[in-house]
Design a protein around this ligand. Structure first.
Ligand SMILES: [Zn+2]
Length: 439
């Protein structure tokens, strides 16, 4: 579907592109952002390259490799540095070819941006697995705006966490904050589980806000303020078993280096553990988890799941290796005997397959057909026909008493996940200037 030309000017010419760019930004925003950009980049790339290496080293001290969303044009300009990053374990994700707002592109332009970028990655010898558009400007409503079979995951949706540490932003100049919020269009973290989900065959991995620029430039917080906000967000996501995908900008690393140290030290110290991973690892894991299944064998269930997965059970007389939140225990075995009721989620006839798929993605083991009726925990067609948000679906299941076995959504005994992801938008002022004049 082509977008209506009235709301989407065709930025095919340079003039139209600049006009569109300017229309999205107030003069005050441009002036404030410009001052900060000039102080953070050099004319040549040395300053940004050294800063990026420092960032990667800092993360590496905690066993963390980041994912950098990088425009194809930047990969094409600095193939050697990109190969150095990639060889060091950094994941590079496609960030368009030019650094453009995808909301201003037609279907054809969007596809061609992503295909050109994928080609630039391939030519530089850099693998790519997923994409994140500049300003998170891609929406899954835009069917056909992404080329088929090029990407395994997308990380373009954002959630906003209401944090006590930033509850009073009124004193700071709001112009940058408001512009960034407008670009990112987050939904409240309270409204979802903040976990990956499949959209078609793409794994969508949500980003957690506020990001570094909202905190530093938008709300005028310093290093301590960024660290406080990230720690609060980490603890909240750990409590909920969510994924915390940090959105950061290497350009601002020197302004909040200590915040990364505090975040990662805390992540390493929490128990149960936090899985620190790259977006491509999360995407792989989500595919593995979805393929898990269970079958009933007499008075036992036999679970087939990835070796790194772990089983939780409640209301069972099974071997346990530790207690877990929500009344569950970690189970030792993958063959679990039961008494009367089958400890799986029974999905009655007429339950939409989308609900069953969603539950399987979350680690629930679902029985259908005649077996469904023997399960202690049920979703029936009546309640499931309604538009159920994933959060409500899970609440339905967890509120029913009776024995239940499920897989936790993260591997290796981890309660939650943490990804450090950043926009490697430019390495010099010259790259940065391209953003204004391309398209
Ligand atoms: Zn960017």
């Amino acid at each position: 579907v082509e977008r209506a030309p009235a709301s989407n000017p065709n930025p095919a010419s340079a003039t139209a592109g600049i006009a569109y760019w300017l229309r999205q930004r107030s003069p005050t925003y441009i002036a404030r952002r410009f001052r900060r950009i000039v102080s953070r980049y050099g004319i040549s790339p040395e300053k940004a390259v050294a800063r990026t290496r420092r960032l990667v080293e800092t993360l590496d001290n905690y066993g963390c490799s980041p994912t950098f969303a990088t425009p194809g044009s930047v990969v094409a300009s600095y193939p050697q540095f990109m190969r150095e990053l990639s060889a060091g374990g950094v994941e590079l994700a496609v960030h368009g070819f030019d650094h453009v707002d995808f909301r201003g592109l037609t279907q054809q332009e969007s596809k061609s941006q992503l295909i050109r970028a994928a080609k630039a990655f391939a030519e530089a010898g850099i693998p790519h697995r997923g994409f994140r558009c500049p300003y998170l400007s891609f929406s899954h409503d835009q069917m056909g705006f992404v080329p088929d079979d090029v990407f395994g995951y997308s990380s373009n949706e954002a959630v906003w966490w209401n944090l006590a540490t930033i509850s009073d932003p009124a004193t700071a100049p709001r112009v940058i904050f408001d512009h960034l919020s407008e670009f990112y269009r987050p939904t409240p973290a309270d409204d979802s589980l903040v976990l990956p989900r499949f959209v078609g065959d793409l794994v969508e991995i949500p980003v957690s806000l506020p990001d570094d620029l909202q905190l530093l430039d938008g709300l005028g917080r310093g290093e301590d303020g960024v660290g406080d906000a990230w720690l609060e967000l980490l603890r909240a996501s750990h409590e909920r078993g969510s994924i915390f995908t940090v959105l950061m900008h290497p350009e601002a690393f020197d302004l909040c280096a200590d915040a990364y140290e505090r975040l990662l030290a805390e992540a390493r110290s929490l128990s149960p553990a936090v899985w620190i991973a790259r977006l491509c690892d999360v995407s792989d894991w989500w595919r593995e988890l979805r393929a898990s299944s269970a079958h009933i064998d007499g008075a036992s269930i036999v679970v087939a799941c990835p070796p790194r997965a772990f089983l939780l059970g409640r209301g069972l007389d099974a071997g346990k290796s530790g207690s877990w939140a929500g009344g569950y225990s970690m189970l030792d075995d993958r063959v679990i005997s039961f008494d009367k009721q089958v400890p799986l989620v029974g999905a009655g006839a007429g339950v939409p397959s989308a609900h069953i798929q969603r539950l399987r993605q979350l680690g629930y083991l679902v029985a259908e057909g005649a077996d469904a009726e023997r399960c202690a925990v049920q979703i029936d067609a009546g309640e499931a026909q309604r538009e159920l948000e994933e959060r409500d679906l899970v609440a339905r299941i967890e509120s029913q008493p009776g024995p239940l076995v499920r897989l936790w959504q993260w591997p290796d005994g981890a309660r939650s996940a943490l990804c450090i992801t950043g926009d490697l938008d430019a390495l010099s002022l010259r790259d940065y200037a391209r953003r204004v004049v391309t398209l």
